[in-house]
Every structure is written in C-alpha cells, then in structure tokens.
Design a protein around this ligand. Structure first.
Ligand SMILES: N[C@@H](CCC(=O)N[C@@H](CS)C(=O)NCC(=O)O)C(=O)O
Length: 199
C-alpha cells in the first residue's frame, strides 16, 4: 500500500520548519497541513500533547521534530543528514538548537500575557539563556563542510532565524563567524521557501 504522509505544521513553528526542510531536502512527498494548533482538537487523537509538528503515516503517528526528521531521513534515498561518523555531535548540536527555539518560544508566550499574569523573572531567564546559547555557538563554531548538509546545520539556522523573528537580531553584531555562515545559509531555496510568518 502506498504511504500517505501528512505533516501537521504551523505557519511559524521552528520545530515544524526543521521537518518541512528535511522533507524538501530528502525529497519526501508529503501533504503539509498548516493548522492553528490551539484550535485543533482533532490532533489529540494522534498526539495527546497536541503539538506541531506531528506526522501521520497511514495509521502510524510520529511526534517530536527530531523523530520526524529521523523518520523522513530513513525513508529517503538521498545522502543522510545524520552521518554515523559525527552522529552524536550532530544530535547534541541539534538539541542545543532545539533548546534555543524553546527559549525564544517560551519568552514570546510570556511577553504576550497580560501584565498581571506575566513574570519578568521568567522572561529574563529565557533572554539570558538565548544570549548565552548563541554566544556558545559562536565560540564553539567549527566551520561546516559546505558540500555536506547535516541536521544540526538546519536546526541551528532555523533557531537563529526564529530568534530574529520573535526576539531580535542583535546576536549578528556579536557573533561574526556564526553570522557569516548564517548569511549564506539563509539564501538556500529550502530556507527561503519556509520563512516563518504570522497568520
Ligand atoms: N519538542 C517538540 C516541540 C514542539 C513544540 O513546542 N511545538 C509548539 C509550536 S512551536 C506547539 O505545538 N505548541 C502548542 C502548545 O504548546 O500548546 C518538537 O521538537 O517537535
């Protein structure tokens, strides 16, 4: 039976963007459905956490962006984005990028709360983590092989672009190596066609 793959995604989820990019790079045909996760009760039956991205492959549900990317990579005939040689380094850098996305997202959710509900302590904690993580990426930067794309590069680029989208781009002036790499990476078709937007 031919597999029917549906990717439930949002218009600006950095986690979802990683999965969409993986499908493009690995040439996996899927149907992407852009949903409003907060109004999508139907998602509960696939994923009780009701989060995007969620991938549904016939009767199988795969959740969490890393699992989805690993799955899409595993059914592709293209070069793997997770080469064995650097597997743990790629996974760790991807987790660091995921953590950056999470902090930018958490900060954003807190800033849009009403004044009597929001915690400035919480916002400051997220901002410190965002700045610290980008500084760490800059000081541990090891130039990538431009001819071989790996998952961590996609994740870091999505995290930095999401930082610009929801926080600011001050990191660019303070992180020259990272910025030099990012400015080129962002020109790739798969980055341009997945730019986050507000619906
Ligand atoms: N660890 C998850 C994180 C996914 C996530 O946080 N998604 C957000 C959107 S960016 C979401 O669905 N939030 C809905 C909610 O919190 O109710 C992954 O990597 O897929």
């Amino acid at each position: 039976m031919k597999e029917q793959i549906i990717l439930y995604n949002g218009p600006n989820s950095p986690f979802g963007r990683k999965t969409k990019i993986t499908s493009l790079v690995q040439e996996i045909n899927l149907e992407e459905k852009i949903i409003n996760v907060y109004e999508s009760d139907f998602l509960d039956k696939h994923n009780p956490l009701r989060k995007i991205p969620t991938l549904v492959v016939n009767s199988l549900t795969i959740m969490d962006s890393d699992n989805i990317c690993l799955y899409l990579d595993s059914i592709s005939k293209k070069n793997t984005l997770f080469p064995k040689k650097n597997y743990w380094q790629i996974m760790t850098l991807t987790s660091i990028a995921n953590g950056l996305m999470e902090s930018v997202l958490e900060r954003r959710m807190e800033t849009v709360r009403t004044d009597n509900e929001k915690s400035n302590n919480f916002i400051n904690k997220q901002e410190t983590r965002i700045i610290k993580t980008i500084k760490w990426l800059e000081s541990n930067w090891d130039n990538y092989n431009e001819n071989y794309l790996t998952m961590d590069q996609i994740a870091i680029a999505c995290a930095l672009d999401y930082t610009i989208f929801r926080f600011n781009d001050k990191w660019k002036a303070e992180s020259s190596k990272l910025n030099k790499w990012f400015s080129e990476f962002i020109k790739k078709d798969f980055m341009k066609s997945t730019t986050p937007y507000d619906k």
